[in-house]
Design a binder for this molecule. Structure first.
Ligand code: RP5
Length: 163
């Protein structure tokens, strides 16, 4: 089995119900990933180690999901030059998820996080694959097929409702 190129991390095991959607779409696209829990607040040293070792371990993209005071994606982005995709998770204590969205979205200049929609882990997986696909022709072809399948679904739905 080849080495993971995408790292999926989340602030708590409670985020897995959302973050597993990133893993599922990477499975569909044939992208090898690893998945674990890293908390910016509860395990800060583990976060530093994960982010600083990520590139040397072969990762090319990190997907980081967190809820509430969701500092994990931004802090990881501050520690690595790998692209970081942030997934705001609507946790049970959230104020409608705005806390998660704004914590991840409003990054200072110089430290970007590619933020997807609230609970948008599936899109985070697709975006990670697209970043890797920019220099991987086999994956790019798979992504082209994936895009065509989205188009076909809409065309079939359109035919079904047209009168
Ligand atoms: C964040 O707090 C986690 O990312 C999670 O979304 C939220 C709640 O965590 P738990 O209290 O369920 O562990 O750090």
């Amino acid at each position: 089995m080849s080495k993971p190129v995408v790292g999926i991390i989340m602030g708590s095991q409670s985020d897995l119900r959302i973050m597993k959607e990133a893993a599922e779409v990477l499975d569909e696209l044939g992208v090898v990933y690893e998945l674990t829990v890293v908390s910016a607040h509860r395990t800060p040293l583990r976060m530093v180690e994960y982010a600083t070792d990520a590139r040397s371990r072969g990762l090319q993209v990190i997907i980081a999901g967190a809820g509430g005071a969701a500092h994990l994606p931004g802090m990881v982005a501050s520690l690595t030059s790998l692209p970081v995709i942030g997934v705001p998770v609507k946790s049970s204590n959230s104020i409608d998820g705005w806390d998660s969205v704004l914590s991840i979205l409003q990054m200072p200049s110089g430290v970007p996080v590619a933020t997807v929609a609230l609970d948008g882990a599936r899109n985070a997986g697709i975006l990670a694959a697209q970043i890797i696909g920019a220099s991987d022709q086999t994956l790019a072809s798979r992504l082209d097929e994936f895009k065509k399948s989205l188009q076909s679904k809409v065309e079939i739905a359109a035919k079904n409702i047209e009168t």
